[in-house]
Design a binder for this molecule. Structure first.
Ligand SMILES: [Fe+2]
Ligand SMILES: [Fe+2]
Length: 399
């Protein structure tokens, strides 16, 4: 598991949010994403899929050969995936549903241009930021490596659609994993907002809750940069959590996002429901403010004391946190299916032990996960290894 999540599983909350997602989201919204998520051949291999969903498969070009698989890069894999493309379209539609014009413009700006403005820090500012972070105990990295390197191909169109959604051993470790992770989170978040309305009879600020979720991992393309061996960069800790979280908050400060949005997003990794947890959120905001060169109290990120979130605490942060629990099942989904995939890769794709440790296997797993998801593969695995095998074959033909 990457550093993104603390070791804290609120099982009851997850169950509630998952149930809410199933019960309250319009079927059309789900269908738009998931009906197109499976190649027809893979659907046939997964017999447990409900018939009503099987009837609406998106066009899929079918399995490719191993040589073609090895030659595709992460952008091409994401582009070939109906699941990722549908998830991306869903996120763009959700962004358009944000009523606040400024918020909507901010999301569209970031989605259209995910290059971090933080990367533009000059060397003098970097030195100053590192000194402050180090003095506060937020980083133990040396001053030259406390931020991710600027990717060589980074420009104003650095792609977020093909970014992984986690570290390479964790929950969405494949091209387009970020988009599928965020799409799942946004659906769950919307359902929680609807649940509070339906059950308790009040409206939270939907714009803030959904916008926080839409943007919550916005720095992952920067932190989890793809490497030459088709794996991704290893994340470093920052202020006690994965650096992507603090950097995402800092990016929003740099972009002058509303304080209530940044505070809600800061709660993605934990909730401010008790002093210990809230202290973590406060520290993430303080570290982000250091990086962005802002005063967190004056900006409205913290209460005047500087020790708590603005009081009284708003509910949207709790909802953002609940909505970001897609990792509970998706982490083991990757970890449980990888050994099975390796076994099949050796037998059916003739990969050597050496191949399994490098690009040949990484490209194969990237292709399979990006087309059918680790979640779907794990679900197939419940029915037996042969189902995993059939799903893999439906994406990449055996050798
Ligand atoms: Fe995160
Ligand atoms: Fe996340």
């Amino acid at each position: 598991m990457d550093l993104e999540k603390r070791d804290f599983l609120k099982i009851s909350a997850i169950t509630a949010s998952a149930a809410a997602a199933n019960l309250l989201l319009p079927r059309g919204a789900f269908a738009a994403v998931f009906d197109s998520a499976m190649p027809a051949s893979a659907q046939a291999a997964d017999e447990s899929r409900p018939r009503s969903v099987q009837t609406a498969a998106a066009p899929f070009s079918g399995a490719i050969g191993m040589d073609a698989c090895q030659s595709l890069d992460y952008n091409e894999m994401a582009a070939r995936s109906p699941m990722i493309q549908a998830s991306w379209q869903y996120l763009r539609r959700e962004a358009e549903r944000i009523e606040d014009r400024t918020l909507r413009a901010l999301i569209n700006d970031i989605y259209g241009n995910s290059s971090p403005r933080l990367a533009n820090l000059d060397s003098g500012s970097r030195k100053l930021v590192w000194e402050q972070l180090n003095a506060a105990g937020y980083t133990k990295q040396d001053r030259n490596n406390f931020l991710p390197p600027v990717p060589p191909d980074m420009n104003d169109r650095y792609p977020c659609v093909a970014a992984p959604g986690s570290g390479y051993g964790s929950h969405h470790a494949y091209p387009g994993g970020l988009i599928t992770h965020v799409a799942a989170n946004v659906m769950i978040t919307s359902a929680i907002v609807d649940t509070y309305k339906e059950v308790y009879g009040y409206d939270v600020n939907r714009d803030i809750a959904v916008a926080a979720q839409l943007l919550h991992d916005l720095h992952k393309p920067y932190v989890f940069q793809w490497l030459d061996d088709a794996s991704s960069r290893v994340e470093q800790p920052l202020a006690g959590t994965g650096e992507h979280h603090v950097l995402s908050l800092a990016e929003l400060i740099v972009r002058q996002a509303p304080a209530e949005l940044i505070v809600a997003q800061a709660c993605a990794h934990t909730h401010p429901g008790n002093e210990t947890e809230e202290n973590q959120v406060v520290n993430w905001l303080k570290a982000a403010a250091i990086i962005a060169g802002a005063d967190p109290v004056r900006y409205g990120l913290l209460d005047a004391s500087g020790k708590t979130l603005p009081l009284p605490r708003r509910q949207e942060g709790f909802i953002c946190h609940l909505g970001d629990h897609d990792f509970v099942l998706s982490v083991p989904a990757v970890q449980w299916t990888l050994p099975v995939m390796r076994e099949i890769a050796k037998r059916d794709y003739k990969l050597s032990d050496n191949d399994l440790r490098g690009k040949p296997f990484n490209s194969l797993r990237n292709m399979v996960y990006s087309q059918v998801s680790a979640m779907r593969l794990e679900h197939a695995y419940v029915g037996g290894r042969e189902r995993v095998r059939a799903l893999m074959h439906s994406v990449v033909r055996p050798v």
